[in-house]
Design a protein around this ligand. Structure first.
Ligand SMILES: [Fe+2]
Ligand SMILES: [Fe+2]
Length: 394
């Protein structure tokens, strides 16, 4: 049986690793393809703040899911400490005494291989399979292969692969700058965002795509408008425009669900709806949207709260909460009597606009025979107090 061994830190695993695995699989046709994330590389430490070993395992599962015969092995992670290839190889030789092993590695690793701990033992038991990612690499690889053959009697089989424009280090930097998406598989990026690994900030284009896919098509224009309005309100009032964009993009992400679906989401995310919410998908979509944004997209507590309170409002609303409530109300596609007044007020005096908005919303709900949630009434009264206080001091 042929077994390919592909080790590394995979911090994070990316499309370059996947391409290499696919080329190796095609060329070597191993019956078993072992991806082995290390616990700790022998000669360096993982960057501070790197994901936990379990998270890197999950990232690998997602990254290599399409490789035939793949197994993501936790052998080095379970063993702990520094991950020496020789220790892993000894364990694998015991587990698979009759197997033929191929050790996949990048050119940089190959150049260093003669100095690895117990290199001789390793080279007696595996065929080294370096990736050749471009034509210029070939002379170096061939020279090194000749040297290893000479010194250790090594067997070398070069894997023709393709160039990849970035390394994991570059990708970590890109993730912090809202980039990196084209270099990662969608599943890997989604997990990084879900847990905000590497200090990742979300790529807005990616987030819009995910959000719009959850909406009914006729709601997309509203969510676009809401984002635009939220960003301009944030700039007007000195709030974080990126938080405003993130909250606006996701604010209606569960809006499509009817009551049954809303209640299922409550159960999934552990939210206990109050008696009035239990009857109203409209009230619930703000609560389930906030929970989904937190659990699936790793949003901050401020962004989560802005989504949570965008339908009813609440007393003591934060600036971001007011902005999302108001943007939802007055974004450019909204048309109703009084919208122009409300728009103007939102840029002149946000608390007054909130008071007016809450009054209008309560009135409209009363007209339609809906029961009014206590949060809305309390929010209206709170803003009335704020506005009064401001008048008294003027
Ligand atoms: Fe909404
Ligand atoms: Fe909305």
């Amino acid at each position: 049986m042929r077994i390919a061994i592909f080790g590394g830190s995979f911090n994070p695993p990316h499309r370059g690793h996947l391409n290499s695995a696919v080329y190796a699989q095609a060329q070597l046709q191993p019956e078993h393809f072992l991806v082995i994330p290390d616990h700790q590389p022998p000669h360096k430490s993982l960057e501070v703040g790197s994901p936990s070993p379990e998270e890197r395992l999950e990232l690998c599962r997602r990254n290599f899911a399409t490789v035939p015969n793949v197994e993501i092995s936790d052998i080095e992670i379970r063993r702990g400490g520094k991950s020496y290839t020789v220790d892993t190889l000894k364990a694998l030789l015991q587990q698979y005494p009759d197997a033929e092993f191929y050790l996949l590695l990048g050119t940089d690793m190959l150049l260093d291989l003669g100095r690895w701990y117990r290199a001789e033992f390793i080279l007696q038991h595996v065929t080294v399979a370096p990736f050749q990612r471009c034509a210029e690499e070939l002379p170096y690889i061939e020279a090194k292969a000749a040297e290893l053959k000479e010194r250790f009697g090594a067997r070398v089989e070069i894997i023709r692969s393709e160039p990849f424009p970035a390394a994991s280090t570059d990708i970590r930097a890109l993730l912090r700058a809202r980039g990196g998406t084209p270099l990662l598989t969608d599943d890997v990026y989604a997990y990084i965002i879900k847990r905000r690994l590497y200090g990742a900030k979300v790529d807005f284009a990616w987030l819009r795509e995910k959000s719009y896919a959850m909406l009914k098509p006729n709601r997309v224009a509203h969510v676009r408008g809401c984002e635009q309005e939220a960003v301009s309100l944030a700039k007007r009032w000195g709030a974080d425009a990126d938080d405003a964009a993130e909250a606006a993009i996701l604010h209606d992400c569960t809006k499509k669900e009817k009551l049954e679906g809303q209640l299922a989401l409550c159960a999934k995310y552990g939210y206990e709806p109050d008696p009035l919410e239990k009857l109203s998908e409209k009230l619930l979509h703000a609560k389930t949207g906030a929970a989904l944004a937190r659990e699936e997209f790793g949003v901050s507590a401020q962004v989560e709260d802005a989504i949570r309170w965008h339908t009813t409002g609440r007393p003591g609303m934060t600036l971001l909460e007011k902005i999302i409530y108001m943007a939802d109300y007055i974004e450019p596609t909204r048309e109703f009597d009084g919208v122009e007044t409300l728009r103007a007020l939102a840029y002149a005096d946000l608390d007054r606009a909130m008071l007016l908005g809450l009054e209008m919303s309560i009135e409209e709900n009363e007209r339609n025979g809906n029961r009014i949630h206590a949060n809305s009434v309390e929010a209206r009264d709170w803003f009335a107090g704020q506005v009064q206080e401001k008048e008294d001091t003027q």
